[in-house]
Design a protein around this ligand. Structure first.
Ligand SMILES: *Cc1c(COP(=O)(O)O)cnc(C)c1O
Length: 380
């Protein structure tokens, strides 16, 4: 059986009539850029999160950049973020004129380790960008307490965590602002690029909306950028949003099934969910010291997996200028060679889950046996 990493087509087929008519409507109205579908989505997403404002924009990367500009970042300001994320989280700090300061992660959750954040704070620090990686909330109580104590802003990068909950509250509602991506493969995905900033801060909402639209329509009160959500994406998101809770439940069901089937193995760890939060499983990441063998064997059997991400951010050439060594980020460094994202999406059938789990179990059990007898593991 072939199992792909995600199957966006399966989801389309499950809501085809709704999607097709929403697209036809946008075209019939020529509501291509902004317009009523975008307004409706902004309202619906803000209401879903119970925040005052949702400012739509072109993608989740722009959302981070725009939010930082809105919070008044100045050249040379330092922003602390996690060593383990997609590069959008850190590259936008540089784009906005700031300096990237990485902080190591927790070994088990892959999220920023709040106990290390204060060691990274200097006189130049202005903000913290935690990422709710894989769909699990970072330790927001600790992070917000540090931010308050040192008078720093917080932008939550929620690109992987639509509807994830921390202590009864949705992520995206803790920081000064939060950013979302609606890239097609995200838990709530458009059919192209789209993103947004959410905030309860009236001034920030107004500033970011103005900045993202050329500094204002008619009267340009400043120079801005062009970062707009288009009508087709908004109409598609409006169709999909009501399904998101059920899709999230379905992701949790897939994760629970994987946990049952893989949870007892010696040389593989299933995802750890920290206390008081509910994971939305954008990614289901296992860790094992036989990661490369597992990835290759699954691939050879027609099962697509992914590495999110193959290197921790400080170890990419893009950040060579920071001169970091593995010992600076031991948890992120250790995890980068052990993580593997297994296929997960709401439409996965139980047969598919079992196929992935059984094949994984075979590889891990064989490796354990080989390890126990002192035999050398197959090199891949
Ligand atoms: C996807 C993603 C982004 C960027 O979103 P785009 O819409 O692709 O620009 C930012 N941060 C994280 C953690 C992401 O996973």
């Amino acid at each position: 059986m072939k199992v792909s990493f995600v199957d966006l087509h399966a989801q389309y087929l499950s809501i085809k009539a709704e999607i097709d008519s929403a697209i036809a409507e946008v075209i019939a109205e020529s509501a291509f850029i902004r317009g009523r579908h975008v307004d409706a989505f902004e309202r619906a997403w803000a209401d879903a999160l119970k925040v005052k404002h949702c400012v739509s924009c072109a993608n989740g990367t722009d959302a981070l950049y725009i939010a930082m500009r809105g919070l008044g970042i100045k050249p040379g300001d330092e922003v602390i973020t996690t060593a383990h994320s997609w590069i959008a989280t850190s590259e936008t700090i540089t784009q906005a004129g700031g300096r990237v300061v990485f902080c190591d992660t927790q070994k088990d959750t892959f999220n920023i380790d709040p106990s290390l954040i204060e060691t990274r704070i200097t006189k130049a620090t202005v903000g913290i960008i935690p990422v709710h990686l894989c769909g699990q909330a970072a330790d927001m109580d600790e992070i917000m307490a540090i931010a308050k104590k040192h008078n720093l802003w917080v932008i939550e990068d929620c690109a992987q965590a639509h509807l994830a909950v921390y202590k009864g509250k949705l992520v995206g509602t803790f920081g000064n602002a939060a950013t979302f991506s609606f890239y097609p493969g995200k838990n709530l995905g458009a059919y192209g690029d789209a993103g947004c900033i959410v905030t309860n801060d009236d001034r920030l909402a107004d500033w970011t909306a103005t900045f993202a639209r050329h500094g204002g329509k008619g009267e340009h009160v400043m120079e801005g950028i062009n970062s707009r959500m288009d009508g087709l994406q908004a109409a598609i998101l409006n169709v999909k949003l009501p399904h998101l809770p059920a899709w999230t439940t379905a992701r949790r069901r897939v994760a629970a099934r994987y946990n049952d089937l893989l949870g007892h193995l010696d040389r593989l760890s299933t995802p750890k969910v920290a206390e008081d939060r509910s994971h939305v499983y954008h990614l289901y990441v296992v860790t094992t010291d036989t990661r490369d063998l597992l990835k290759k064997t699954l691939g050879d059997s027609g099962i697509t997996t992914s590495l999110n991400y193959p290197k921790a951010l400080p170890f990419y050439p893009a950040y060579a200028y920071l001169g970091h060594k593995p010992a600076d980020f031991p948890a992120a460094y250790r995890n980068q060679s052990r993580i593997l994202s297994l296929p997960i999406y709401p439409e996965m059938t139980d047969d598919m889950i079992q196929c992935v789990a059984n094949r994984s179990r075979e590889v891990i059990t064989d490796a354990s046996r080989a390890g126990a007898t002192g035999a050398k593991l197959a090199e891949v």
